[in-house]
Design a protein around this ligand. Structure first.
Ligand code: NDP
Ligand code: MG
Length: 384
């Protein structure tokens, strides 16, 4: 690397954000110039002390006032969502890591694309809601979207083995989550604690519940559809409980190229930061000195109905992604608060997607309106 890359980490206090800071600690030539957090103000302040960025943003209006006095520090603290957009589009920034969870991350990701930045995208919900619009805007501004989601990073890496028009299939791998072997009956009574206990990945709460319902894979099908401009008919899902093969790209000649590594998000984060180069980093390597089992199994669409919904929404495009995502965000929150059961999540999401007033060509404002409508519908669904 020639000069250090200036990086803004949006959502630095989360699981991806903390892994990203581990990468910065270990890899030369990466310079943190901006950080943002929401409710974990103490952690955000500690990160600012260690990394000394220019800008620190706190977005939770109830917590921003508790940020320690930084008048004697080298950085400025800014409160509110608007500051997030300014941080994401700052002239000194090379790479914006979008690691905020949910649609809350969309406006700042949009600001980064609008300003022609390289967007390292962990926040899959952004692509699910507005993938078509973001991809179009990136073409106009010259912005680059580099996937951080492990499956999409794997696909991006595998795609470099051929040309885009030579891809015949994308095969997304899925761990199957903690309920891979549960019966439909068992899934009716699962608890929040069980759903948060993922067998192979250590993630934020929302992503963990999404993995348990396999809504995570539904979101990733839609994410892949827009990131790689590939129709839903060319996307498949295979269950791979060991989470070592992160996804597979099949080319027209029948060659399938996969990316393998132990399940650790530091590697896809680092790849987005250092791309197109590869450098040594903190991620563990595969240990092949003892036997390693790698299973690939077909998914069960009946026990995990979210999957079929993901394929349908990827085919529809338009407002369908915004509605599915908002219904799911509300449903996950309700499940975490013990207001609905685990198997209600996918059922409610399907009903709300089917009821919505579909717009095939929405603006960004239309997408936010569809999001608000779906959240209201979810409240109605819960109390119906
Ligand atoms: P976490 O819940 O661990 O972290 C979320 C981050 O977003 C935190 O920094 C949080 O701040 C911040 N945040 C929460 N709400 C808001 C808001 N309303 N406005 C601004 N910031 C907010 O999530 P993860 O790190 O697990 O996931 C982040 C994104 O990456 C998600 O979109 C997820 O799907 C995706 N992803 C995650 C993977 C993982 O392994 N964790 C793998 C692949 C993708 P605070 O904590 O201070 O409240
Ligand atoms: Mg993933």
């Amino acid at each position: 690397m020639t000069r250090p890359k200036n990086i803004a980490i949006l959502g630095s206090t989360g699981s991806i954000g903390c892994s990203a800071l581990d990468v910065v600690r270990a890899v030369e030539g990466l310079n943190v110039v901006g950080l943002s957090g929401h409710s974990q103000i103490d952690l955000l302040a500690a990160q600012a002390d260690e990394f000394k960025p220019d800008w620190v943003v706190g977005t939770d209006p109830n917590k921003a006032g508790t940020f320690p006095d930084c008048s004697q520090k080298s950085w400025d603290f800014h409160a509110g969502d608007e500051s997030l957009g300014k941080l994401a589009s700052g002239s000194d920034i090379d790479i914006v890591l979008a690691a905020i969870v949910g649609i809350a991350g969309l406006p700042s990701a949009w600001s980064a694309i609008d300003a022609g930045k390289t967007l390292a995208l962990a926040n899959k919900e952004t692509m699910v809601v507005a993938g078509q619009q973001l991809a179009r805007r990136a073409t106009e501004t010259g912005a680059q979207i580099l996937p951080v989601d492990s499956e999409h990073s794997a696909i991006f890496q595998a795609m470099q083995a051929g040309n885009a028009n030579e891809v015949s299939r994308i095969i997304l791998t899925a761990s199957g989550g903690p309920f891979r072997d549960f019966t439909t009956e068992q899934m009716k009574t699962v608890t929040v604690e069980q759903a948060l206990d993922h067998p192979t990945w250590n993630m934020g709460k929302k992503n963990s519940i999404d993995s348990a319902t396999m809504m995570n894979k539904a979101l990733e099908i839609i994410e892949a559809r827009w990131l790689f401009d590939i129709p839903a008919s060319k996307i498949e899902v295979v269950v791979h409980p060991q989470s070592i093969i992160h996804s597979i790209v099949e080319f027209t000649d029948g060659s399938s190229i996969a990316q393998l590594s132990p399940p650790d998000m530091k590697l896809p984060i680092q790849y987005a930061f250092t791309w197109p180069q590869r450098v040594p980093g903190p991620s563990p390597k595969l240990d092949l000195t003892s036997a390693v089992t790698m299973e690939l199994l077909p998914p069960d669409f009946e026990r995990f109905p979210a999957l079929e919904l993901g394929f349908e929404v990827a085919r529809f495009g338009g407002t369908a992604g915004a509605v599915m995502n908002a219904a799911n965000e509300s449903a996950v929150e309700a499940f975490l608060n013990n207001e609905i059961s685990f198997d209600d999540i996918a059922t409610a999401c399907r009903q709300i997607v089917e009821q919505h007033n579909f717009d095939p060509n929405p603006t960004l404002d239309d997408l936010f309106a569809a999001d608000a409508w779906a959240r209201q519908e979810m409240s109605r669904w819960m109390f119906a």
